[in-house]
Design a protein around this ligand. Structure first.
Ligand code: NAP
Length: 367
């Protein structure tokens, strides 16, 4: 007899977007935070997954989820509202858990859940650069899931950890993946990151209002290292990082949702502006081939207007799952420059982990 998940995976590949007989149960670690609430919202009515277990800190444990403060524009989804918040207790919830835990706790907690047999799809930074943990973007490196057997063996864990990148890294990596065939050699990126990227309550209002803060602790290092791993080559039991050099400057700006990035790229290969533009417009990957439920039809949308992309006007397009690119022009220093925008808590966090889970379901890797 195939397991429930095996049946789900078969349906996922052969008849995408068809409701399953039985949805796969999922839990959420850190369900009360900025990303946790986005998980709850995105999973409400999901065709393959059903949220049945929530966990957070002892501050929230024992409370009814619907009685806690909800900070998204919608109302708290009814099914989640009726659940009671648990403590972080490995082995209690469903096999598949999404993690939106604060990084101060995520490292050990996620390892404990994986050891207890859970498949942990994490948003936190702690395990991203572990050589045997996939840092997954399904459009770019689905083959990096090939690290899982070696991870299980080395860590002696029945479950597994799969991560998605830092939010700014996500959008930069998708843009660079589209241009990978021109061999990016040197990349300069300056980010303008939304306040929701700092979690809740985040940056103090007196610091954030009508201001730009030119430092986000640890963010530049994450962009510079994670991007190279994501675009790197899987070999044996590891990933050889992409050889490009990156230099990042990160800033926090008074925007609610949506990270903007100004990027300049130098390529090894000579390339015309039309070729760069076509590469953005034609970029696609396995999520689009498989028609995964959260996959946007096109991962990159190029906006022609000289004043786009803008967070307030563009960030919600296609459910917040696309990377917007605009203002492609010659860079007199490096080659080409452009501006990108992505939704930090959706494509940059909860939506990314859900897309990872959908890919794993389609590949029968959740069993
Ligand atoms: P957040 O709003 O501060 O939420 C943190 C969550 O962790 C809350 O549910 C909190 O529960 C829980 N938590 C904190 N300490 C805990 C403990 N000792 N034991 C158990 N649970 C604990 O943060 P966030 O913005 O959602 O970010 C969550 C993770 O995603 C972070 O690792 C962050 O770096 C990453 N991330 C965030 C974004 C973004 O745009 N915000 C994007 C990409 C990645 P209580 O409510 O009970 O305290």
């Amino acid at each position: 007899m195939p397991s429930k998940i095996e049946e789900s995976a078969a349906v996922a590949v052969e008849k995408p977007n068809v409701p399953l007989k039985a949805k796969i149960e999922v839990g959420i670690l850190g369900a009360t935070g900025t990303v946790g609430q986005q998980f709850i919202a995105l999973l409400d009515g999901h065709p393959w997954f059903r949220t049945t277990w929530l966990a957070a800190s002892e501050r929230s444990a024992g409370k009814r989820y619907g009685d806690l403060a909800w900070r998204l524009p919608s109302v708290t989804p009814a099914e989640a509202a009726g659940l009671s918040v648990d403590e972080l207790r490995p082995g209690i919830g469903p096999k598949l858990v999404f993690s939106a835990l604060d990084s101060s706790i995520a490292g050990q907690a996620e390892a404990d859940f994986a050891a207890a047999g859970h498949i942990v799809l994490s948003n936190s930074r702690n395990h991203r650069m572990d050589p045997l943990v996939p840092l997954l973007i399904p459009e770019i490196n689905p083959d990096h899931l090939g690290l899982l057997p070696a991870q299980r063996q080395k860590e002696n864990r029945k479950g597994a950890i799969v991560t998605n990148p830092n939010c700014s890294t996500m959008f930069l990596s998708i843009a660079l993946a589209a241009l990978r065939k021109f061999q990016p050699k040197r990349v300069l990126v300056t980010t303008l990151q939304a306040l929701s990227g700092a979690g809740y309550p985040g940056v103090a209002s007196l610091d954030a209002t009508a201001n730009v803060i030119p430092f986000i602790d640890g963010e530049e290092e994450k962009i510079e290292s994670e991007t190279r791993k994501i675009l790197g080559q899987l070999h044996g039991n590891g990933v050889a990082p992409h050889p490009m050099t990156l230099s990042a400057t990160t800033t926090r700006v008074p925007v609610v949702n949506g990270h903007t990035e100004a990027i300049s790229v130098e390529f090894e290969k000579p390339v015309t502006r039309d070729e760069v533009l076509a590469a953005f417009k034609n970029f696609s990957g396995e999520p689009q081939e498989l028609k995964l439920p959260s996959a946007p039809p096109q991962p990159i949308i190029y906006l022609e207007g000289v004043n786009r992309p803008q967070p307030r006007l563009d960030v919600e397009r296609d459910g917040g799952m696309v990377v917007h690119v605009g203002r492609l022009r010659v860079c007199p220093v490096l080659g080409y420059k452009f501006v990108i925008l992505g939704h930090n808590t959706i494509r940059g966090a909860a939506g990314a982990a859900i897309l990872n889970a959908e890919l794993m379901a389609a590949k029968n890797l959740l069993a």
